[in-house]
Design a protein around this ligand. Structure first.
Ligand SMILES: [Zn+2]
Length: 269
């Protein structure tokens, strides 16, 4: 699943191409109940892992890419890099065609009020990349499940929106905390520090001006542990391990030396 930084960059690139442009054609693989052709695109933005494109008639296109989806930008006449059959929605302007492929969630909301009342969006926690991000409120959210694992809680989008498996694993490795550590075993200073570090790492990733909307070219540092099971930890040389936690269950990677297993581990998410 794309991380919040990938969605942030995708929204930024789409916004630069589409904002202020008139919709010349709006094509979808199924009926979305309305057609914003003729409307002007106000802008594109990411909220956590959700992507929103707003039109001046008040409608909002909401997509969530999950594991399969991607947004691409093409010039008119340019060959698409994914099959036409996978296209879920295509927004055509005079100079660009924005195509969303294989996204499991594509819906056209009638108004900003519908957006505010949307069950998935209304419950989102603070966006890790937002300008007004408030670490203290995230710490409170993490503590709402004191017996849960910190590794599981960091992926709960209602607590903090935008952190995915990569930054969950890399942040915990950098601060030396095992993902199965219970939240209530960690101090406020430790929780604030790890959230602040996750934000710093993700802000650094989106600062790369060459990042493109195709999803894979957000700046990534060499990973310490993510997806490196059995390989040496860059810091101590021990073999990286993994455990399965969270809901849905995902592999959390860790270094057993840099992130020792706590004496009391959480069995929850
Ligand atoms: Zn290590």
């Amino acid at each position: 699943m794309p991380e919040g930084d990938t969605l942030f960059v995708t929204a930024r690139v789409l916004n630069r191409a589409l904002a202020g442009k008139r919709v010349a054609a709006f094509k979808t693989s199924r009926d979305l109940g309305a057609d914003p052709t003729g409307a002007t695109i106000v802008g594109a933005e990411a909220r956590g892992k959700h992507l929103l494109i707003t039109f001046d008639d008040g409608r909002v296109l909401h997509t969530h890419l999950r594991m399969t989806g991607s947004w691409h930008l093409y010039r008119p006449g340019e060959a698409w890099r994914r099959p036409f059959s996978q296209a879920r929605v295509a927004i055509e302007t005079e100079s660009w065609i924005a195509v969303c492929f294989a996204a499991p969630i594509v819906e056209l909301l009638a108004s900003s009020a519908a957006l505010a009342a949307h069950p998935a969006l209304a419950r989102l926690g603070p966006d890790i990349l937002a300008k007004d991000f408030d670490i203290a409120s995230v710490v409170v959210g993490l503590r709402a499940a004191p017996g849960a694992s910190i590794g599981g809680r960091l992926l709960v989008q209602q607590v903090v929106a935008g952190i995915g498996n990569i930054w969950r694993c890399e942040t915990l490795w950098r601060v030396g905390i095992h993902p199965m550590t219970r939240v209530d075993a960690l101090s406020d200073v430790a929780l604030s520090g790890m959230i602040g570090l996750a934000r710093k790492l993700m802000l650094r990733a989106v600062a790369d001006p060459s990042a493109s909307p195709s999803g894979s070219s957000v700046a990534r540092p060499a990973f310490g542990v993510h997806d490196r099971s059995g390989l040496p930890c860059p810091r101590c040389g021990d073999r990286v391990g993994s455990c399965r936690i969270g809901d849905p269950i995902r592999h959390a990677y860790f270094c057993p030396t840099c992130q020792p297993v706590p004496s009391v581990t959480s069995t929850g998410s």
